[in-house]
Design a protein around this ligand. Sequence first.
Ligand SMILES: Nc1ncnc2c1ncn2[C@@H]1O[C@H](COP(=O)(O)OP(=O)(O)OP(=O)(O)O)[C@@H](O)[C@H]1O
Length: 482
Amino acid sequence: MTETPIKLLLVDDEEDSRRSSAKWMTRKGHDVTDVSNAADALSLLERESFDVGIFDMNMPGMSGLELLQRIHQDKIDIEVIMLTGQGTVETAVSAMKMGACDFLSKPCALGDLEHHCFRARERHELKKENKQLKAVISRVRPAAKLIGESQSLLDVSNLIRKVAPTTKPVLIQGESGTGKEVVAQAIQQASRVADKPFVTVNCAALPENLVESELFGHQKGSFTGATAEKPGLFEIADGGTLFIDEIGELPPSLQPKLLRVLEDGSLRRVGCHRQRKVKVRIIAATNRDLQTEVDNGNFREDLFYRINVLSITLPPLREREGDIDRLIDHFLPRSYHIDDAAREALNAYPWPGNIRQLINVIERATILADEFDITPDDLPAEIVDYGQVPSKTTSEALPVGTPVVVPEPSHPRDMLGDTQYKLDDIARVHVLEVLEKEKGNKAGAARKLGIHRRKLYRLLDRFNGKADTESSDDESACESVL
Ligand SMILES: Nc1ncnc2c1ncn2[C@@H]1O[C@H](COP(=O)(O)OP(=O)(O)OP(=O)(O)O)[C@@H](O)[C@H]1O
């Protein structure tokens, strides 16, 4: 048999026909369970999952049709083929209406029976895939490319290539915003299950009481609010990849349940006794130091070893030599230009929020920029001010406590070439000088300076802020600089 075996449930009170069918299908390599009545079938279906059920229509006690009805009511996931000795069009129609996928008359050639079982299983798989896709479509984000050519990022890319083809769990560690989810997507895309679902869950974003049902699913009525049965993300990701973000936040009570799935793929929905099997590749991420969490008793050691088989540590952005410029060029729309001073400020900043923060700063700058030119004015003050040594006043050459006075120049010409002045100081003197020459006419001054009038207001606000922190777009706020 080249096809994968079918997990089959045969329900028929006629012992001879049931046994011979079961024997034949087992010989063909399928995984067959046979029972003689509907009640036994139901209790079995509560504990185990099957691909296909073959139900005899006429059985003493609960009939095949009633069994089908119960399956429909309880939303049990199985494709059913009805079998009958006295097949009529009416009975076939009512069985199909109740959700049977096929209807066969007895006696049925065993080869035909197997053929119909394959068709039913195919339908079962398609339905499952459809469900997975619907759930996954709302969850996936478009895959992002890993931008950067620093040695540390190249090392990460190498590791991704090596770990992707295995089925082992991967643990991705790194500060917030370093790209752990992007790396998880890259691993999935380079894996053997790239065409299968990629489902993500963030343990920190879910209320603690919902994490279990989100991950493992729940049975209808298992808790207040469980109005319908729901498969968990493990089931939705079956055959594919589950990305568990912020795994360090997984409540200790759920850690054994996760360990179990990692060990043998088995799980139970909340409020359900039936054990299910899934085949899911786990990629976990954390910005906590999981080893410390283990040492502090917050994270199970056995689970840590299970997920830490292959691990990737993402370096923070400040340690990726040259990547800031590459990321700026990638995320800054083509129509924009960034000047050297702004670029320098971005390169000097330590980026505690890493790439996510850099992207936000670039987006903000494109909104604030006059025309399409990004200057330090368009960056947040903490970035522009970061690392700016307040000129000679803090010169290392001077003994601590020595009072140093930087002379207040009257003209920017006097300041040029003198490295004790900050760019801002020169700009301030120059702007005020031009404004003075224009007799306070801001439109004229802006024209002379080659900048937009709004930008002049902002500059004046900023210069003014050195003495007066109040800032506004209002012209009157600028008057005090004059
Ligand atoms: N190397 C990279 N190239 C391009 N974009 C990147 C890169 N790394 C991260 N990003 C982008 O930065 C943002 C943050 O990345 P991501 O969500 O993967 O970070 P994270 O480490 O998972 O953060 P958190 O720990 O907060 O969940 C996303 O918009 C992502 O697309």
